[in-house]
Ligand binder design. Structure first.
Ligand SMILES: [Zn+2]
Length: 439
């Protein structure tokens, strides 16, 4: 669907203010320093895991409010810098962020613009980190609500545990980050003192998967991650998810119609001599399943890691380092910025016709900045190119920190992603395609 000739270009003043791009660059400079402070790769991996966990704490314990109104962030809710880094990366998966903020983590709705100026105001200009006096209130609030250090580097040193819920019985425990079987290790292993089951990262991932399928079966307002449809600027969780959930749960039912328990799955995977997530992926591609084999990785993507916020919240690392090395953290000239906006416009135009296209770093910067304003991003993209343009890290999987890919979700391919058309749902999908085609 080509852009109509009269469609306005994405312009700086009305869509993505230049000042916001400049603020973004300054914050990226701070993130770069923070990453450099953990230069050792092993440490950095643990640092990202901890940031992901701390982001989860921030969402659950700091910005969670009982009232429904979209209150802007208060001073005491300033995220620790590593949490700000993780949140930044989370927002750079705009589709996932939107779905999460509507379905799983409604507190995220409070952040309809990444808090660049709030973070900048709390920085100490000399040491590229927060000024202790300026962030005193937030640090106190964080410590009281979470029990952990506010400063990211200090937390690496003094906070030795994180809480983990047993995927079999639900018992919550504090578990060590470090040690041969610590949570930060790929070889993590723990025996639950209550139910005596042994679990690993793989068990936690499989548990997260089963829990999501179960919840989506029970609750129609919930949907499996990545199965909603974004129509223009709106989210439809019902159009596709129930059919997918039926197919998925059908793959995991015993002969008497009972849904597999985690224990059943663990035993079956052990019999097949593989890990549980591989076993799950195999079950989903059985010949009688209407799920498209090529869509399974997409469907399982949200379960790549063991806890709610997956580790792909940290994948913006290379982008941050790239921008910094280009010298832009010091502030680009007006001409440089103008060129970046032009390239972004070209990139958007290309995106409509070319299925996958890597942006260059200048257009990437404007694109990322645009995504930090989720509501505006959706509205602009919908009116500009009539499809939703998502942004995912390249190299899916636990070790896949990489560059960007673009997925242009033209409506037809979007609704057909997961289920084979000849199935019962094909009629419904045909109707949907018609209903949402722009006229
Ligand atoms: Zn247990």
């Amino acid at each position: 669907m080509p852009r109509s000739p009269t469609a306005p270009k994405i312009r700086s003043q009305s869509n993505i203010p230049q000042s916001y791009v400049r603020d973004h660059l300054r914050v990226l400079g701070t993130f770069f320093q923070l990453i450099q402070a953990n230069a050792d790769e092993q440490l950095l991996d643990e640092f990202f895991q901890r940031s992901t966990y701390r982001l989860q704490l921030w969402v659950e314990k700091i910005i969670s409010t009982s009232d429904e109104e979209q209150k802007p962030l208060q001073d005491r809710e300033l995220p620790p810098l590593d949490v700000a880094l993780a949140l930044h990366s989370l927002m750079l998966s705009p589709r996932r962020y939107f779905e999460d903020s509507m379905v799983r983590f409604k507190q995220l709705k409070r952040i309809n613009e990444y808090p660049l100026s709030m973070i900048l105001a709390a920085l100490d200009v000399n040491k590229m980190g927060y000024d202790e006096v300026k962030c005193h209130l937030a640090a106190e609030y964080w410590r009281t609500r979470t029990g952990f250090a506010f400063d990211a580097i200090e937390s690496m040193r003094v906070d030795t545990t994180r809480s983990v819920q047993c995927p079999f019985c639900g018992k919550t425990e504090d578990i060590l980050w470090n040690g041969a079987r610590g949570f930060a290790q790929a070889a993590f292993e723990h025996k639950c003192p209550k139910c005596h089951e042994l679990f690993t990262h793989d068990t936690l991932r499989a548990g997260k998967f089963l829990q999501a399928v179960n919840q989506a079966k029970k609750d129609r307002g919930y949907c499996l991650p990545n199965t909603s449809i974004i129509l223009g600027a709106h989210l439809d969780v019902q159009a596709r998810c129930p059919a997918i959930v039926d197919e998925v749960s059908g793959c995991f039912e015993n002969s008497d119609g009972q849904f597999h328990s985690l224990k059943d799955l663990a035993m079956s995977a052990a019999t097949a001599r593989g890990d549980m997530m591989t076993y799950i992926a195999k079950k989903l591609t059985l010949p009688d399943s209407a799920l498209r084999p090529e869509s399974i990785p997409l469907l399982l993507r949200a379960f790549e890691h063991s806890y709610p916020f997956t580790q792909d919240v940290t994948t913006a690392r290379w982008f941050i380092e790239d921008v910094y090395r280009q010298g832009w953290a010091g502030g680009p000239s007006d001409e440089d910025l103008d060129m970046a906006y032009d390239q972004y416009n070209d990139f958007l135009e290309r995106s409509v016709t070319v299925k996958r296209r890597d942006p260059q770093w200048r257009d990437d910067l404007i694109w990322h900045t645009h995504q930090l304003m989720p509501d505006r991003y959706r509205a602009d993209i919908a009116s500009y190119i009539h499809v939703f343009l998502d942004h995912l890290p390249r190299g899916e999987g636990s070790d896949g920190y990489g560059e960007d890919i673009v997925i242009v979700t033209a409506m037809a391919s979007f609704v057909n992603t997961c289920i084979d058309p000849p199935n019962t749902s094909s009629q419904k999908e045909g109707h949907l395609v018609k209903a949402v085609s722009p006229t």
